[in-house]
Design a protein around this ligand. Structure first.
Ligand code: ADP
Length: 234
């Protein structure tokens, strides 16, 4: 769950990046966040990860009140969040399997569990045949699937996808959003930041528009292809 209560962020330069923003994203929700460059989207993501602090207001993420969260507890908060970046951020010298397993190795998960869990998430994103491939042997869409598997492997409550389709061909972009929706249908909350208004209109759902640091609308719209949602919920 994500809750921002009357949150403002003013950078030391004096820029007001967020201005009295309030919003709530419940467990299990899927929300698109749209807004032009400089609107405040990255600032919001940084707040949720506690990379920066709110100048005013309250931020609650997965039960943690970030204003009162001690520094040593930040890794615990971040383990409840999976992140998918526009530029994938895979480690080039590691295979698909190793890129995903790495997340569990750094937290000292048992070896047997790592093997089972990594194989499971690789299956979820449909990359069984690519487990031994290196990132430069994959298409953009496949790289993003690896990044999604890596975000999922630790079983986070929330996945933040920051422009996940920004470096992917349009046809494959729709597949990536569909994959995120399937993950959402299994219970993970998804917050997806995007520039692509046309894609958002196609899928529909909850759209939060940030402009100049303010939420100008937060509404649920019907998609152009309603059957896709109903297929998933059937
Ligand atoms: P978006 O992700 O929507 O493009 P940002 O959150 O990056 O927007 O930026 C919001 C505003 O805050 C912009 O005016 C930007 O120039 C400013 N900004 C972002 N990061 C910093 C920073 N570290 N220091 C000062 N100003 C910043």
């Amino acid at each position: 769950m994500v809750e921002l209560k009357d949150v403002s962020v003013t950078y030391s330069s004096g820029v007001d990046a967020l201005n009295h923003v309030s919003l709530k994203i419940n467990d299990g929700d899927f929300a698109f966040v749209v807004g032009s460059s400089g609107a405040g989207k990255s600032t919001m993501i940084k707040l949720l990860l506690k990379e920066i602090d709110a100048t005013e207001g309250t931020v609650i993420v997965n039960g943690y009140n970030l204003s009162h969260l001690r520094r040593r507890k930040i890794p615990e908060l971040r383990r409840t969040i999976g992140i998918v970046f526009q530029d994938f951020r895979l480690i080039p010298s590691m295979t698909v399997y190793e890129n995903i397993a790495f997340v569990l190795r750094v937290i000292d998960a048992p070896k047997k569990y790592i093997r089972k869990r990594v194989q499971y998430v690789i299956g979820l994103v449909g990359l069984q045949l690519k487990a031994k491939s290196y990132p430069d042997e994959l298409s953009g869409g496949e790289k993003q699937r690896v990044a999604i598997a890596r975000a999922l492997v630790n079983d986070p409550k929330l996945i933040i996808a920051d422009e996940p389709t920004g470096n992917i061909d349009p046809e494959l972009s729709y597949e990536i959003v569909n994959l995120l929706r399937e993950i959402n249908a299994c219970g993970t909350t998804i917050l997806m930041v995007t520039h692509e208004h046309e894609m958002v209109r196609h899928f529909g759902g909850r759209i939060i528009n940030i402009t100049d640091g303010e939420i100008v609308y937060d509404e649920i719209i019907g998609g152009e292809d309603e059957s896709e949602w109903s297929q998933i919920s059937d």
